[in-house]
Design a protein around this ligand. Sequence first.
Ligand code: AMP
Length: 190
Amino acid sequence: MKNIVLFGPPGAGKGTQADILKEKYQLVHISTGDVFRFNIKNQTDLGTLAKSYMDKGHLVPDEVTINMLNAEVEKNPDANGFIFDGFPRTEAQATALATLMDEKNSQINAMVALEVDDEVLVGRLLERGKSSGRADDANEGVIRERIAEYYRKTDILKDFYQKQDKYYGVNGVGSIEEITVRLSQVFDTL
Ligand code: AMP
């Protein structure tokens, strides 16, 4: 069983690559951002709460996010393994994920991080905002706040996984196909 955290700042290409890699490696893809957006669309209480943070470019509180992630994992008891996209984003989430995997007699095998310069990220997200319909992609101020939030709370998770010898950095600039090849080279070693 392979459980991989696909990591990187907003706009690094995690969702695009996870969609390709889940098919290639037969893994279940869980994107916490997608689950929140599904809840917003369906006007659930979770959606209303999440939206109040997402619209500002801030992280949804840990407890809510961790409970949701646990529920998503439990929905897939027969999974061959998971690609986690957009989770964990804080140290508390990383610790909770380790505990969850432990309870399943499993573990996170690797954090694979897409590395992309900030100004490239802003450009990509503004471009995506023209068609994604995502409120948080439509405004440059919110985009920059999401990147700032990443550096405040999320970037340190590299250390968390590096200490366990599980960190793999991959150049996230290039064509979608080129980046899939680079990521696959890492996935194949796991
Ligand atoms: P994403 O689709 O991964 O870019 O996430 C969009 C937004 O959803 C983020 O800016 C956060 O507000 C929220 N979100 C997604 N995943 C998490 C997470 N693991 N922890 C907290 N907030 C999250």
